[in-house]
Design a protein around this ligand. Structure first.
Ligand code: GRF
Length: 210
């Protein structure tokens, strides 16, 4: 059984997608939020998951917060630490401590639009497609090896909200699949690339999920 700690800051719909996927040989051992009012915490508690709050505002600096978070996470000895809408930038020490077992979901097609306000920026840039990226976390923000990406069209009438909704529905498909592939050892990291051990069915002209 592979142990996963999930970090959230808000709604928790990606957490929910992972839990509801019932991935074989996976146990969500804890859900941790940096915000006490995160909606996802309520849902996690209703599912009987163990939850914790480590409120970043209670720490004088990022380093102290990260150390407290690491101490809590390490109690669970997780195989994977999943950032599912966790809205804090993590220190280099944190990223190195969980190297190759720290995974984030980001709502853009990286390396385009790292950071915040991704949907507004994609619309403003005139992109015809948008999407999400699941990647290993390294000290450089939103730059680690990419596990999977999902692509959606941008429509003329899109607003940041409508685009966010379309991308989110792909996030919910892609994240459980990526977690499944991680825990079943279906890929390895080679420099900044993720190499799959077996071929997956992709249309070589249009790249969609994975
Ligand atoms: C998602 O769009 C995720 O890509 C981003 O934050 C959002 C979190 O949504 N990092 P939720 O809390 O999982 O509903």
């Amino acid at each position: 059984m592979k142990k996963i700690v999930v970090l959230i800051s808000g709604r928790g719909s990606n957490l929910r997608a992972v839990v509801e996927a019932n991935i074989a040989d996976v146990e969500i051992v804890a859900v941790i939020s940096n915000r006490p009012d995160a909606q996802g915490l309520v849902w996690a508690q209703q599912q009987g998951l163990r939850t914790h709050i480590v409120e970043h505002q209670n720490y004088v600096n990022r380093c102290d917060f990260d150390v407290a978070l690491m101490q809590l996470i390490d109690r669970y000895q997780p195989d994977l630490v999943l950032l599912a809408g966790f809205m804090r930038i993590l220190s280099a020490e944190f990223c190195v401590h969980y190297a190759n077992r720290l995974v984030n979901i980001h709502p853009s097609l990286l390396p385009a639009f790292p950071g915040l306000h991704t949907h507004q920026r994609a619309l403003k840039s005139g992109c015809r497609v948008a999407g999400c990226t699941i990647h290993f976390v390294t000290p450089e923000l939103d730059c680690g090896p990419i596990i999977a990406q999902g692509v959606v069209p941008i429509l003329d009438e899109d607003t940041p909200e409508s685009l966010a909704q379309r991308v989110l529905s792909v996030e919910h498909q892609l994240l459980p699949q990526a977690v499944h592939d991680f825990v079943s050892g279906k890929f390895s990291i080679d420099g900044n690339r993720v190499i799959r051990h077996s071929k997956i069915a992709v249309d070589k002209n249009i790249c969609l999920l994975n």
